[in-house]
Write a protein that binds this ligand. Structure first.
Ligand code: HEC
Ligand code: HEC
Length: 278
């Protein structure tokens, strides 16, 4: 019964049969650094043996934009992040740089995000807004604002090439369970879950798109479609709209749990932020 529904929904979206997964695809190498774009799936992923970065599924023209930082349009926004890091704002008359000499001190942070602090699941956007509000006396930025994505890109870049390494045990377990539940829950008029596309049908064509596993190791991502950096939550939102479901809000507990669970599905893949996707 359930299977029939999925197949119908899938055919409504014109998913075609398997196309060759970029056989022996070219390596992702940036400035002599080799990235892990394919590795063994963590044991808790019952339905996958291997995990792949979204990079693997992109056309070579899109891939090539990520091979060189001069060609990567996401880097323009990283430059904007550098300016914002040094910009004095708020009642305390401080910038990020007033207290943090070098953004490089955040190397490794992106690979561990989201994380649980004091029993709460924390996304990088929340760290940044806490810093702005509590240490600078400045207004928080919108989750998907251009300032926020520029800053998450700058901080994430410091971890580029490092393996995703999120901690999912201890008090993180309940958030992970929630994220997993959301990942497998069918929603929307098409009655589909994230898994129906990104686990059951990855490496197939859906309309003009080569379906990936929906990994988030490349976020924030520069998308050719909207010519800007996109947060994970903005991407989740787009996918939910495509299956005609009402998306959760950016920054909601649901999207944070989903982000956390997705991060755990990519353990060991290299952080690519800012990646380039279509
Ligand atoms: C008044 C000084 C001050 C300012 C201004 C400030 N920070 Fe911080 N920041 C700190 C201190 C101290 C810590 C470590 C202790 C803590 O988390 O409060 C910290 C922690 C952080 C962390 C977490 C690091 C980790 O590994 O957990 C990040 C990321 C960060 N700051 C980014 C920023 C950014 C981005 C800005 C500007 C929007 C900023 N900070 C502004 C003092 C400051
Ligand atoms: C109808 C199929 C479909 C469903 C269901 C779906 N997506 Fe997607 N998703 C896509 C397509 C198509 C793309 C663009 C090609 C790609 O990267 O897979 C995409 C891209 C993504 C990406 C970007 C991957 C990258 O490398 O940049 C993420 C993350 C993602 N989806 C997460 C989700 C989540 C979370 C859900 C469930 C809430 C979901 N998707 C549901 C079709 C779907």
């Amino acid at each position: 019964m359930k299977l029939t529904t999925t197949l119908m929904a899938v055919s409504a979206l014109a998913i075609s049969s398997t196309v060759a997964l970029a056989d022996g695809h070219a390596p992702l190498m940036i400035e002599d650094q080799l990235f892990v774009t394919e590795t063994k799936a963590p044991a808790y992923l019952e339905n996958l043996d291997e995990i792949f970065s979204g990079w693997v599924f992109r056309a070579s023209e899109t891939q090539s934009l990520q091979l060189d930082d001069f060609d990567n349009p996401g880097m323009i926004f990283v430059d904007k992040g550098i300016d914002l890091f040094a910009k004095v704002e708020g009642a305390e008359g401080k910038s990020c740089a007033s207290c943090h000499d070098d953004v490089a001190e955040f190397a490794g942070l992106r690979a561990q995000m989201p994380r649980v602090v004091d029993g709460k699941l924390q996304a990088m956007e929340e760290i940044i807004n806490n810093e702005r509000v509590n240490k600078m006396g400045a207004d928080p930025w919108g989750w998907n604002s251009s300032q926020m994505t520029a800053m998450t890109a700058l901080i994430s870049l410091q971890s580029r090439g490092m393996p995703v390494d999120v901690a999912i045990d201890g008090d993180a377990a309940s958030f992970w369970d929630r994220g997993k539940e959301l990942y497998y829950t069918r929603v929307g008029q098409l009655d589909m879950s994230c898994a129906n596309c990104h686990e059951d049908n990855y490496d197939t064509m859906i309309r003009a798109d080569h379906l990936s596993q929906g990994q988030i190791n490349g976020f924030p991502t520069y998308r050719l479609k909207n010519a800007k950096l996109n947060s994970t939550h903005a991407r989740f939102s787009g996918c939910m709209k495509n299956i005609r479901a009402k998306p959760y809000k950016a920054g909601s507990d649901e999207f944070k749990a989903l982000e956390f669970y997705l991060a755990s599905r990519g353990q060991g893949l290299s952080i690519e932020s800012p990646s380039v996707r279509n």
